[in-house]
Design a protein around this ligand. Structure first.
Ligand SMILES: [Zn+2]
Ligand SMILES: [Zn+2]
Length: 478
């Protein structure tokens, strides 16, 4: 967006700020720099991030941050700013969240945190600043039963289009909407499914469960073929996606070279980029051009919610709207994929399980030059470099939404849990603090040093060490 356009938009605007549509006075644009990877102002030609004069809804700071509101500037004289825009809302969706324990305290995802429970997911998602959460262990019998009871008692309320909100709301203009779904393993790879209602999910579960050894655990292997799974999901109105498509363990492209090896076409509603890969890397596979990309956290703990998420423009958060957003229909769209710098992902580079070597040479690297160890995990970037068909991606009138890199607050050196609590208290959510707050205001809450690191993270200026072999990358302290 050029400077003139920004000027034209300053003043009174009709916008939707975190669910509360209305007229607000735009005090200032947060991001004025020219578009860059770290600059949210370049999220689509008619989208900017602005700070509002009070009274912004539910704002806790004196200033009035709309909690991580990303606003469509409807008054811009832009060809895109018409019709559909007026009812569009930015919705931040993390659609890959596991369940650590069921309500009896039994493990569901064995490797996940015991605090990752159905009850705890809602407040944690609010604290992050999310609007949509996809629970991929909702298909487990204990969780299905729990969800059924909560909906029968009215404690979870269905929203139009599919998905659920807590009835005892938090007073938020836009309560977190839960989508119900499943992560499944078929022929050695992971897939994701989502449904509009608990009933449709239960109907799917009735077919799935007899094919699993232990349905009470997360992400179990079925003997159904992936194509058959997709048909069962679609037969119940669901969505079917590749989970963490490029990871060496259980990612589709960790095992296959092409979709043709498994699918006839039309089965896939989207591709989850997964930690360790971004849009540019995935676009090296030309066959992915028709498929939308999703960014999700694959969270195994409450802290990791929203470390990656997809920013949609939807009329309201719901299952049906996400379907429209994935297809880019009715003015609904994906505004951006927001995710880790791929170098922070734990399978980014080839790594050796024997000596701890992590590749630094240009990809692809296939072996450990240090100890010659056999326990080498091929990195996502190395695998993709080998599979790449050259510059693929999309062009023309259907360009890919941008990939926005973020360094979650949990990766910022010197910022502990207490500091993050203070940031949420002042700015309303972690995402608001991470992406919106001004440096001097951050400094007054967590000190100059951490504030400078958060700003550097926003600009993409932090020095990072690449992850690999199951170990996350990290921010290097200068
Ligand atoms: Zn998985
Ligand atoms: Zn998962």
């Amino acid at each position: 967006m050029g400077a003139d356009e920004v000027k034209a938009a300053e003043g009174g605007l009709r916008i939707a700020a975190d669910g509360a549509a209305g007229s607000y006075f735009v005090e200032s644009f947060i991001a004025r720099e020219p578009p860059s990877a770290a600059n949210w102002a370049s999220w689509g030609s008619a989208t900017v991030l602005v700070r509002l004069m009070p009274p912004a809804p539910r704002a806790r700071s004196s200033y009035g941050y709309a909690a991580c509101a990303m606003l469509e500037v409807c008054s811009l004289p832009s060809p895109r700013a018409t019709g559909a825009c007026a009812k569009a809302n930015p919705s931040f969706a993390d659609l890959h969240v596991h369940l650590g324990r069921d309500r009896e305290g039994r493990p569901v995802k064995v490797t996940a945190s015991a605090r990752l429970t159905l009850e705890n997911i809602f407040p944690a998602a609010e604290r992050k600043g999310l609007h949509l959460v996809g629970l991929v262990d909702a298909v487990v019998p204990a969780c299905l039963g729990h969800l059924g009871e909560l909906t029968a008692r009215g404690e979870l309320r269905a929203v139009p289009g599919g998905g659920y909100v807590r009835d005892a709301g938090t007073g938020r203009a836009r309560p977190v909407v839960l989508l119900v779904g499943a992560e499944m393993e078929a022929e050695g790879c992971h897939y994701l499914a989502y449904f509009a209602t608990v009933e449709e999910l239960a109907d799917f579960a009735a077919v799935l469960h007899p094919t699993l050894k232990n349905p009470s655990l997360s992400t179990q292997a079925t003997d159904l073929s992936p194509a058959r799974l997709a048909r069962l999901v679609h037969g119940r109105g669901g969505l079917f996606l590749l989970a963490h498509a490029f990871t060496p363990h259980k990612g589709y492209y960790g095992r296959h070279r092409s979709l043709e090896e498994t699918f006839a076409g039309g089965e896939i509603d989207g591709v989850e980029l997964g930690l360790s890969a971004d849009t540019a890397m995935a676009d090296g596979l030309a066959e992915l051009a028709p498929h939308p990309y999703l960014s999700n956290s694959d969270a195994h703990s409450l802290e990791n919610l929203a470390r990656e998420f997809t920013a949609f423009s939807l009329a309201a958060p719901s299952f049906a709207e996400v379907c429209l957003g994935l297809r880019g229909e009715g003015g609904r769209t994906i505004l951006a994929n927001v995710g880790l710098d791929p170098r922070l992902g734990k399978y980014h580079r080839t790594a050796c399980g024997m000596c701890g070597f992590v590749a630094a040479a240009p990809p692809p690297v296939w072996e450990c030059p240090t100890c010659g160890g056999k326990k080498v995990t091929v990195g996502v970037v190395d695998r993709l470099a080998a599979l790449s068909s050259g510059p693929g991606g999309r062009g023309g009138d259907r360009p890919r939404p941008p990939y926005r890199r973020q360094v979650p607050l949990g990766f910022i050196p010197g910022l502990g849990a207490a500091g993050r609590d203070r940031l949420v208290g002042v700015f309303g959510s972690e995402l608001a603090a991470l992406h919106l707050a001004a440096e001097d205001e951050l400094a007054s809450v967590v000190g100059r040093r951490v504030a400078a690191l958060i700003l550097a993270a926003r600009r993409g200026d932090l020095e990072l060490a690449a992850g690999g072999g199951g170990r996350y990358g990290k921010v290097l302290q200068k």
